[in-house]
Design a protein. Structure first.
Length: 152
């Protein structure tokens, strides 16, 4: 995979549409390339995350619909390179869970992201999810979070 194409997990993809902590930095990074890569299943995760904002009252109906429409347009226009989930990705995932330490906490969707990124030749991944970031090295991936933590 082209080293100039960043791989975003869903926590970063959502920041392209919502003004969550660090959205400016994520948008700047996305803007530095022609396309952003992510696993195929992230499409449904983004839509669900946007809807969660509506459900929790963080988004008004119009804002939700506008963000969802923009995401769908961007997806159709090729802003994203949706990486397929294949048998080899599933095998990589199975191997991970055979070998993962008992203390490893990783949700299935995040494990799919990491297996997909590694399986498609990425060397680094971007996320703001602490469990995702902690598990990336187990897939031989460098985890990067460009979002500054809020001041304590």
């Amino acid at each position: 995979m082209d080293a100039n194409i960043p791989y975003f997990d869903t926590s970063y993809l959502v920041r392209l549409y919502l003004r969550d902590l660090g959205f400016e930095a994520v948008r700047e990074l996305a803007g530095s390339g022609r396309v952003v890569a992510s696993a195929w299943h992230a499409q449904s995760e983004v839509m669900a995350a946007l809807h969660r904002g509506l459900r929790e009252g963080r988004l008004q109906q119009g804002t939700y619909r506008s963000a969802l429409a923009q995401f769908l347009t961007d997806s159709k226009d090729g802003l994203f390179h949706w990486l397929p989930l294949s048998d080899s990705i599933q095998e990589r995932l199975e191997q991970f869970f055979w070998q993962a330490p008992a203390t490893t906490f990783l949700r299935a969707a995040d494990a799919l992201h990491l297996a997909c990124a590694a399986g498609h030749g990425f060397k680094q991944v971007y996320s703001n999810d602490r469990h995702f970031l902690a598990a990336a090295s187990l897939f031989r991936l460098k985890a990067i979070n460009i979002i500054a933590s809020p001041a304590s």
